[in-house]
Write a protein that binds this ligand. Structure first.
Ligand code: IPD
Ligand code: CA
Ligand code: CA
Length: 270
């Protein structure tokens, strides 16, 4: 695909917004354990830092891209999904890994996916404590701090490191997940649950994880990460291998092509 200046401009704006939000998060990190939290659900929290980081991103993107529709986690209730599916849209998680952040566990990120007619065209995942900037442009590759990244070449499950996310909102989701986990654990080298889905997907793109699955995610958790994986040569789909729609909540399965196919098969088993 040829040079597409508009996608690079979009990526540039998303990177600037993510860096500013990361500055807000970084400044608050030393007092993260004394920050006020509010419950969105019994085990789902939002803090003043999520809100401040989101406000910071929105200030940049609404100024630079006034024509874009915004789907941002903390103000998502104000957005109709149909509007986001047309034209230019930004799907924003201002702080992915809030629980980690609030506990001082260094695994959280700013995630911004830029969509055109519902498909990701540019992506930024900025791992704040690790200071790792993952970027991608549709047709233009995936990068970590400016260096190209690729998915791993491991095809033997016994050698594979698999990333995952636990269901944590509805206790009824735990038993089916445990059944999946038992099958996967028995066959691989290791399973990790770091706690920030955008970084999990970036880890697949960078070849650190060979595959990843999570049964329930929201668009802002994966809109950026899905493009990173694709542009790094990986596959990212729904759990059943179906086309992953960036704007629909649901399960996400990602991996290098071999391990993606293997994990899809294992998750399908009764
Ligand atoms: C969460 C993280 C976590 C995943 C959850 C997400 P948040 O996002 O990505 O890894 O397991 O499903 O909701 O709430 O910290 O932005
Ligand atoms: Ca998230
Ligand atoms: Ca979040």
């Amino acid at each position: 695909m040829g040079y597409q200046p508009e996608r690079y401009d979009l990526l540039e704006i998303a990177m600037r917004a993510a860096r500013e939000a990361a500055g807000v998060i970084r400044a608050a990190a030393p007092r993260s354990r004394t920050i006020d939290w509010r419950s969105k659900g019994p085990t789902d929290f939002v803090s003043e830092v999520d809100l401040a980081a989101e406000a910071c991103i929105l200030a940049v993107v609404t100024r630079e891209l006034p024509e874009a529709t915004i789907l941002a986690e903390e103000s998502a209730a104000d957005t109709s999904p149909e509007r986001v599916a047309h034209g230019l849209a930004l799907v924003i998680d201002p702080l992915d890994g809030t629980t980690n952040f609030l506990h001082g566990y260094p695994e959280y990120a700013v995630s911004i996916g830029v969509l055109m007619d519902g498909e990701p065209v540019a992506a930024v995942v900025l791992d704040v404590p690790g200071d790792e900037l993952f970027t991608a442009i549709a047709g233009g590759g995936a990068f970590l701090n400016g260096t190209p990244i690729r998915v791993s070449t491991i095809s033997d499950p016994q050698r594979a490191l698999i990333g995952t996310g636990f269901p944590f909102k509805d206790p009824a989701d735990i038993a089916p997940y445990q059944a999946q986990m038992s099958r996967v654990m028995a066959q691989v080298s290791g399973v990790r649950r770091p706690g920030a889905a955008s970084i999990d997907l970036a880890s697949v793109a960078a070849g650190r994880f060979d595959a990843f699955w999570e049964n329930i995610l929201s668009p802002w958790d994966f809109a950026a990460g899905m493009l990173l994986v694709r542009e790094a040569g990986g596959l990212v789909t729904g759990l059943d291998g179906s086309h992953l729609r960036a704007l629909a909540p649901g399960g996400v399965l990602a991996g290098n092509p071999q391990l993606h196919e293997w994990l899809a098969r294992v998750l399908r088993e009764p």
